[in-house]
Ligand binder design. Structure first.
Ligand SMILES: *[C@@H]1O[C@H](CO)[C@@H](O)[C@H](O)[C@H]1NC(C)=O
Ligand SMILES: *[C@@H]1O[C@H](CO)[C@@H](O)[C@H](O)[C@H]1NC(C)=O
Ligand SMILES: *[C@@H]1O[C@H](CO)[C@@H](O)[C@H](O)[C@H]1NC(C)=O
Ligand SMILES: *[C@@H]1O[C@H](CO)[C@@H](O)[C@H](O)[C@H]1NC(C)=O
Ligand SMILES: *[C@@H]1O[C@H](CO)[C@@H](O)[C@H](O)[C@H]1NC(C)=O
Ligand SMILES: *[C@@H]1O[C@H](CO)[C@@H](O)[C@H](O)[C@H]1NC(C)=O
Ligand SMILES: *[C@@H]1O[C@H](CO)[C@@H](O)[C@H](O)[C@H]1NC(C)=O
Ligand SMILES: *[C@@H]1O[C@H](CO)[C@@H](O)[C@H](O)[C@H]1NC(C)=O
Ligand SMILES: *[C@@H]1O[C@H](CO)[C@@H](O)[C@H](O)[C@H]1NC(C)=O
Ligand SMILES: *[C@@H]1O[C@H](CO)[C@@H](O)[C@H](O)[C@H]1NC(C)=O
Length: 499
């Protein structure tokens, strides 16, 4: 095909000229130019941006860039790269951006207030960087914003009161910063808000604004490890979509309102380490989806409501370090998904319900330092996934059930400070995962079983203050990992075996 010499020359010039003349090297459009000048400001290795080529007509094919049909940049998304720069400040050419996601990219410096020029922005993620300074209130001019992730930075100052203008907002994620001040009550204007995550800002304080309970779309409320204070009001019950409430290690006081039982979608309640008083509301038993209930380290009184046995999906239950009284409800036998039950450091009495045999998923039971009486039910042997059994400092009597040998995954058995009697079951030697066996200060009799020597991972063996008799068996050398052996105040005779 004959070539038109003019077209050939023109093509030659457009290819060659930019290479020869640096002043026309920027063939790219102004949006590309703005991106390139930001790239030049970065101090990190920019191999990832190697296809950001100035000779391209548009930046639309560049790594991390998405354009719309008009070849305008709508998304800038670079994640987990070592960019070592700042958030772009010259955004005047990039007003078409709807999404900026620059998380985990080692950005420092402030969030520029020029961000307010991005009127189309609906998604902003600058999390997992080292950004400093305050959250610019200008961000609250971006009325299309639906999701904001500024978590895991070093941001200071308070949450801008104008946040209440962002009525499209669904996710506000500001956790793990150095924010202070209070949560603005304008938050109650955000009728579409689904997630408020402002936890792990240790100076964020003040009373939780009552307007927050007007955000009826909320699924996640995370004010964990802050200094927020005040009561949980009955209006908690208005949050019919709430799945997770996390306000532990804060300054909450007052009672847990019974209306929490109206939040029928609740899966996770984490309210540990506050100053909550009153009793655990029975209505929590209405929460059919409840999986995790953490109320430890408060000042709760009263009994553990038997209604909790209705929460069939309950997996982790921790109400330890309170002042709870009464029995462990038999209805717990219906908690077939329960993995962890920790009730230690209360004043719980009564017996260990044999109904536990149905809780086949249990891996950890801690009932230590209560006033639990009666025997250790032999049904304990049905808990074949059990790894940790802490029953120390109670009023337990009777033998250590030999069925315990069926708990092949047991690693820790701690039964000290009770009134257990009888012999240490010889088939304890079948619990081959055992690392820690502590039964001091009881009324155990009989010999140290030879089978203990089968426990090659046993590290702590504490039998002091009992009535154990006979020789220390030679087999004890089978416990090749033994680090701590306490036999004091027993009736042991003979010499300690020599290796
Ligand atoms: C911002 O970028 C535009 C081109 O996109 C440029 O013309 C302008 O000079 C830049 N402004 C600053 C302050 O760098
Ligand atoms: C850079 O960011 C990555 C991912 O967030 C992080 O693992 C790394 O520690 C950071 N490097 C520096 C020097 O901050
Ligand atoms: C934004 O919020 C502030 C404070 O809540 C308010 O005074 C202002 O009128 C709001 N601006 C707009 C445009 O809604
Ligand atoms: C918040 O909810 C209460 C009812 O709990 C209602 O009286 C009040 O008007 C609501 N406020 C807003 C701003 O919607
Ligand atoms: C366990 O649940 C069943 C039905 O779901 C109920 O009939 C029974 O009373 C419950 N057991 C206890 C001990 O609460
Ligand atoms: C057991 O609980 C009591 C209070 O109920 C407390 O005084 C005591 O120190 C606790 N024991 C241990 C070993 O923590
Ligand atoms: C508990 O174990 C015993 C003996 O192995 C068995 O007869 C009983 O059916 C088990 N109970 C449950 C609830 O599985
Ligand atoms: C053990 O029983 C004796 C009486 O036989 C009682 O004085 C003591 O308080 C009991 N100890 C525990 C820890 O229950
Ligand atoms: C458990 O231990 C006893 C006595 O040491 C032994 O006879 C028995 O075979 C063991 N059972 C299993 C299942 O290992
Ligand atoms: C003993 O401990 C080691 C290391 O943790 C583990 O790999 C091994 O399975 C344990 N042995 C038994 C019998 O549990």
């Amino acid at each position: 095909m004959p070539l038109n010499p003019w077209i050939a020359l023109f093509s030659f010039l457009t290819i060659i000229l930019p290479l020869l003349n640096p002043f026309v090297a920027f063939a790219v459009n102004p949006q590309g130019e703005a991106l390139l000048s930001w790239k030049q400001s970065l101090n990190g290795p920019t191999e990832a941006l190697s296809n950001w080529n100035p000779t391209d007509e548009t930046p639309c094919g560049w790594f991390g860039i998405t354009c719309n049909i008009n070849k305008e940049v709508v998304e800038l998304e670079l994640t987990y790269l070592d960019l070592y720069g700042t958030v772009p400040t010259n955004l005047t050419s990039l007003v078409s951006l709807t999404k900026v996601a620059l998380y985990g990219t080692n950005l420092t410096g402030p969030i520029p207030k020029q961000i307010a020029t991005l009127h189309e922005l609906n998604y902003l993620d600058l999390s997992f960087n080292a950004l400093t300074g305050e959250i610019p209130s200008e961000i609250c001019n971006l009325l299309k914003l639906q999701e904001i992730y500024l978590n895991s930075n070093q941001l200071e100052g308070s949450i801008p009161v104008q946040i209440g203008n962002l009525t499209s907002l669904k996710v506000l994620c500001l956790d793990e910063n150095q924010l202070n001040g209070e949560i603005p009550n304008t938050i109650g204007n955000l009728k579409n808000l689904q997630e408020i995550i402002t936890g792990r800002n240790k100076n964020l304080g003040g009373i939780i604004p009552r307007e927050i309970w007007n955000c009826t779309e909320l699924t996640v409320l995370d004010l964990d490890q802050t200094r927020v204070s005040g009561f949980l009001p009955p209006s908690v019950g208005l949050l019919k979509k709430l799945e997770t409430i996390v306000i532990s290690a804060a300054l909450l006081s007052g009672q847990i309102p019974p209306e929490i039982g109206d939040c029928s979608t609740l899966q996770n309640i984490y309210l540990s380490q506050n100053s909550l008083t009153g009793s655990i509301p029975k209505s929590i038993g209405n929460l059919k989806n409840l999986r995790n209930l953490y109320l430890w380290g408060n000042s709760l009184v009263g009994t553990i409501p038997s209604e909790l046995g209705n929460c069939k999906k309950l997996t982790l239950l921790d109400v330890s370090w309170n002042s709870l009284t009464g029995n462990i409800p038999q209805s717990f036998g219906n908690l077939s998904a329960l993995q962890k039950l920790t009730l230690q450091m209360n004043q719980i009495s009564g017996k260990i319900p044999a109904e536990f045999e149905n809780c086949k998923e249990l891996t950890q039971i801690d009932l230590s330092n209560n006033s639990i009486a009666g025997t250790i039910p032999s049904e304990i042997g049905n808990l074949t996934k059990l790894q940790q059994l802490f029953l120390w400092e109670n009023k337990l009597v009777g033998p250590i059930p030999s069925s315990i040998s069926k708990c092949q995954n047991l690693q820790i058995v701690s039964l000290s400070y009770n009134n257990l009697s009888g012999e240490i079951p010889e088939n304890i030697g079948n619990c081959s995962s055992l690392i820690w066996f502590e039964v001091g200060d009881n009324k155990l009799t009989g010999p140290i079983p030879r089978e203990i020597g089968n426990l090659e991972n046993l590290s702590i063996l504490s039998l002091g203050l009992n009535r154990i008799s006979g020789n220390v068996p030679d087999e004890i050398f089978g416990c090749r990992n033994l680090e701590y052996l306490n036999l004091h105040s027993n009736l042991i005779t003979g010499n300690f075996p020599v290796f």
